[in-house]
Design a protein around this ligand. Structure first.
Ligand code: SIN
Length: 315
């Protein structure tokens, strides 16, 4: 076989998991440097399917970072909650990472917990890559929803209306959380607040996306509090409709790679009813500043943009 043939890129296998979101990718080894053609195929699948999954990829932290770096610059693990010691780019998603205590009962809604990563920042990470290490035998699934199809499925009058709106995104401790634990303190000490368009134009595909991260979006600008609440609830209920979503069953060695510019996701809470442990690690890629259909960019109200981990470490 010629050297050229040896370097030919085998097409990767892409198996869609639902009508609008999610595909499993096979035929690629993420522990090795990818061929440019493989990077391009994975990126195209990500843009089309919004979240792509890999199985049996037992990566070290270094291999996880090296895989992510082929798609962009890595951020620090998390701008508010820090990173794994010795690995500034890696954020630990352990079962009790938030360990927040609540006074009384929290108000749970169908969209509670759904979010797009770090939308309180001016430039939220454009992608997240989550790697499963310790996975419960059952329970602990993650769900994603496609915010581009959610926009498309609104009626035309409502699309036109939301196109012109903007919203305030911030980190806040969940209602009822006590102020004494580390999670609440971190949120208070590293405040991040940003005004984003309610509809963002995807910088690579040009699609309009309903940018309504339920956990972070607190209010709509220039409308009354009641109008804001009613409209947000309508939009959150809409974006979490099951037909826009995919649910992923983790195994050790699974990787989920998603586009934060067109998705929101839901971390599982059923794990707290089970005795099993759950440990995953996440890296995120530096994102750009969202732009609305009118060409207006987001505006930071508090906090600084999320920089590259490499640049941040030098400062
Ligand atoms: C995340 O929100 O990035 C974590 C999702 C999960 O724990 O499944």
């Amino acid at each position: 076989m010629s050297a050229a043939a040896l370097h030919e890129v085998q097409p990767i296998e892409i198996n869609p998991l639902s009508a609008h979101i999610g595909a499993e990718i096979h035929g690629v080894d993420l522990t090795r440097k990818l061929e440019p053609g493989q990077v391009a195929q994975i990126r195209a699948a990500l843009l089309k399917w919004r979240v792509v999954f890999f199985r049996e990829q037992f990566l070290t932290h270094e291999q996880h970072i090296a895989f992510a770096a082929q798609f962009g610059e890595l951020t620090l693990g998390h701008p508010v909650f820090g990173h794994v010691e010795g690995h500034p780019e890696v954020y630990s998603i352990s079962k009790y990472r938030k360990a927040t205590r609540f006074e009384g009962q929290t108000l749970l809604r169908p969209w509670t917990g759904w979010h797009t990563d770090v939308t309180a920042a001016l430039n939220p990470p454009w992608a997240s890559i989550l790697r499963g290490v310790t996975i419960p035998p059952y329970g602990g699934d993650t769900q994603w929803t496609n915010l581009a199809i959610a926009y498309e499925k609104l009626s035309k009058p409502l699309r036109t209306f939301v196109d012109g709106l903007r919203g305030i995104h911030r980190f806040t401790p969940p209602a009822g959380a006590t102020g004494t634990d580390a999670f609440v303190k971190a949120v208070e000490q590293r405040a991040l607040v940003t005004e984003h368009p309610l509809v963002r134009v995807h910088p690579e595909t040009g699609e309009r996306v309903l940018y309504v991260s339920p956990s972070f979006l607190k209010s709509i600008v220039d409308v009354t509090p009641r109008e804001s609440q009613a409209l947000l609830e309508l939009l959150w209920e809409h974006v979490t409709r099951p037909e826009f979503t995919v649910r992923f069953k983790w195994e050790a060695g699974s990787i989920a790679f998603w586009d934060n510019r067109s998705t929101a996701h839901l971390a599982p809470t059923d794990i707290f009813d089970l005795d099993f442990d759950r440990q995953l690690y996440r890296t995120t890629l530096v994102g750009d500043v969202p732009v609305g259909p009118d060409g207006q960019q987001s505006v930071a109200l508090e906090g600084s943009p999320v920089g590259a981990a490499a640049a941040t470490a030098l400062n």
